[in-house]
Write a protein that binds this ligand. Sequence first.
Ligand SMILES: Cc1ncc(C[n+]2csc(CCOP(=O)(O)OP(=O)(O)O)c2C)c(N)n1
Ligand SMILES: [Mg+2]
Length: 664
Amino acid sequence: MSDDTARFTNMANAIRALSMDAVQAANSGHPGMPMGMADVATVLWNDYLKFDPKAPDWADRDRFVLSAGHGSMLIYSLLHLSGYEQPTLEDIRNFRQLGSPCAGHPENFLLPGVEATTGPLGQGLAMAVGMAMAERHLNSQFGDELVDHRTWVVAGDGCLMEGINHEAIGIAGHLKLGRLIVLWDDNDITIDGKVSLSSSEDIPARYRATGWHVAECDGHDPASIRKAIDEAVAETGKPSLVRCTTIIGKGAPNKQGTSATHGAPLGEDEIAAARKELGWDHGPFEVPDDIRANWLATGTRGATARAEWQERLDASKQKAEFTRRMAGDLPSGDKAARAFAKWLESAEKVATRKASENALEILNPLVPEMVGGSADLTGSNNTKAGGITAFTADDYSGRYVYYGIREFGMSAAMNGMALHGGIIPYGGTFLIFTDYARGAIRLSALQEARVVYVMTHDSIGLGEDGPTHQPIEHLQSLRAMPNVLVMRPADRVETAECWQIAIAQKDRPSVIALSRQGLPQVRNSPDEGMLSEKGGYRLKRAGNKRRVILIATGSEVSLALECAEQLEKQGVGADVVSMVCTELFDEQDAAYKEDVLPNVGPEEILRVSIEAGTTFGWERYTMANGLNFGIDRFGASAPASDLFKKFGLTADQIVPKIISKLND
Ligand SMILES: Cc1ncc(C[n+]2csc(CCOP(=O)(O)OP(=O)(O)O)c2C)c(N)n1
Ligand SMILES: [Mg+2]
């Protein structure tokens, strides 16, 4: 063995040893993937990846995404060995234990150097597509001197089999993202056994057909790996798939090459046999100094590049703007607020999707980091506004992405852009298709990513398209998801407020649910401030003695106002609360909530919810003895006004039920 080969082998074996030891200690985890990809990862980190462990948030670092998140010990080993402050060896010893940053799957909010939370297969690769888009876009704005990096992905058979892979590589191929390189762990094994149990697909042919370049290598031969990666790097006009033929669990003599190594500890005997096989005669979690030194050297490689980059940044006229954008701070100034204040001076009936377009006409020119798009519903979502042009393979400076009919791919790409930094992505589709995007919305929330989902056609109010297109459980199911602001504005003023709130959320996504149908303006007295920031607020105060509080959202707020008017005529005082965003309302202090929704029984004040969706969960605000108006079945195909009648959502049908409840 030459010195260089021995050095390399030892470095890769350090990953193998740490991975099998950590999984054994935790008595759970996935040793097979890190052991199989140890050689490829060592080549990548040693020879190619641009990074500096002393500055994990260096804006121009390469992004490395471990899409096969179950192989988390691979990235924990890489970060530890190459000299990141975390994880420490102690953290790795505590793999998968409470409080360790080495969670079962890599979490971007636990460890610097983990660019994305991965584990739901396929999404890491799809987020990497967004990162590569962000890189090219920012490059077009700030030039090679500030933005010039690659996005690397390690993906397994599972990541390539998932449906989202089709969407993600379709976008990437179309946009010719030549700096995106996917290293495919082609080990021919998934949990159930051989890949051939479930697949007989020609993956390289599929990638080529989608506009990708494909290179191949023996994933255990450093020279072969280098050759393939060189080829991928040289191909700048297309994204690259590098097919790395590997043996899962390589080094475990009796179990390698089988699914037995995928997701279970190898066991003491097999670990002992592997130590022998690998010639690794060091104790558990022990990495000899010379091997550690070689690994630390990979981590110091990037220091010069970073120092040079820092000099370029310091000398750049764009330094302040670049720094602001990467920090995620909004531009200063109140131009938008002043423009929106004018909206209070008149009362226009518009669909909130149209109001959203009007809001974007004001915001997009003022907030250059906003990058919009739609999953082929641009004319319905009204997402292209404010003079922004298309982001294309020929012009990455555009700020509008035609995502095609790829809701999940769009949402995952938006996560990638947000995680990359420097961009606030927003994208539209119909609210009903949050079902298709849901896996990515959940990862926006978990990863604390600022993504704005523009979800129009938010109820039966969309009318004739019928029940396949009419959301029922969607609003409540999204509200049940932690760390997402679900906002349903009632009119154009609230819509403008929702947009301002959404882009100001540094660490959470927002879903803005917007109507297809025109809605009367319910707010038009100036100087009320950003009432939507409170999540829910009293829009109308009872005239007569207050007996009822009507709580409504979006298109049902004007309906609640009608109900209140009828109730008042009958001598029953009724407040109307616009509950724009339950999450924000829940965050208000007790006194505020008590003022809006006093904690008294229904015999004193009856609480009533009105929302054209499931009533499930509204008891949270109306209490057990309140009344809930909504729709607990699928909708129907008809003009909107007929549907509101059919489902009992008219003042004439609601008011008598309230009166009868009061007289109970
Ligand atoms: C969306 C999703 N479905 C299912 C799983 C559960 N799961 C984790 S790994 C895995 C098998 C993946 O096979 P492969 O990517 O080839 O990984 P390898 O066994 O080669 O490490 C499955 C089904 C998951 N993590 N995400
Ligand atoms: Mg596999």
